[in-house]
Design a protein around this ligand. Structure first.
Ligand SMILES: Cc1cc2nc3c(=O)[nH]c(=O)nc-3n(C[C@H](O)[C@H](O)[C@H](O)COP(=O)(O)O)c2cc1C
Length: 185
């Protein structure tokens, strides 16, 4: 039996040159071989409308199926106006319904993010944690990672620069332990 654990990677920015997408890519490079990371598309989801709970779009069906078939969640998000971006909240809402059929329930999660500002997405992450608590997603508490984007953070090949590599490897190692600890059985 394969022991590979699939991690659904949800990036809260749709921007082509997104720092958070680059951060997600760099984190994936720090992950173990036994984890496979799957990017989850959230940019093409319709806006959530409860009228459509019984007739979800193909995009929403795809989202729910990709979350359901994953064993862990990795959220990498910017901060928009001191909260999470609307596209991310929309994805959380979409896969949480119909009531009682949430795809998120019980999937262990990690939250991390990068912004230009000095508090490095702290408030966005805290808002996201509130929602994840309600959705029954056990979320890694420590270490926290509030990352301010600075020149040289990423190497030319997309990996994390020497100044932050040890810290991010420590974060990834804790996340891996968290995901493994929360597998059923
Ligand atoms: C609508 C909007 C709101 C923003 N609000 C914040 C904020 O509250 N805190 C912050 O640190 N940066 C804020 N920023 C700046 C982002 O940190 C910056 O645009 C960052 O590059 C976004 O992440 P991305 O590169 O992954 O797209 C905001 C940017 C936008 C477009």
């Amino acid at each position: 039996m394969s022991t590979t654990l699939q991690i659904a990677v949800v990036v809260g920015s749709l921007r082509r040159e997104s720092f958070n997408r680059r951060l997600a890519e760099a984190l994936i490079k720090l992950g173990p071989a036994e984890f496979s990371f799957k990017h989850i598309e959230i940019g093409d989801l319709p806006l959530y409308n409860q009228d459509h709970d019984a007739t979800p779009s193909d995009q929403v069906k795809r989202l729910k199926s990709e979350i359901s078939s994953s064993q862990g969640l990795l959220f990498v998000t910017p901060e928009y106006n001191r909260s999470m971006p609307g596209v991310l909240k929309n994805a959380l809402d979409q896969a949480s319904r119909p009531y009682g059929q949430s795809a998120w329930k019980g999937k262990p999660g990690g939250v991390i993010g990068m912004s230009g500002g000095p508090i490095g997405t702290a408030l966005a992450q805290q808002h996201l944690r509130n929602v994840l608590a309600y959705l029954d997603v056990p979320t890694l508490g420590q270490p926290e990672a509030f990352i301010q984007h600075k020149e040289g953070f990423f190497e030319a090949d997309g990996s994390v620069g020497a100044g932050s590599r040890k810290f991010l490897q420590g974060w990834m190692d804790a996340y891996v332990g968290w995901v493994k600890r929360h597998q059923p059985g």
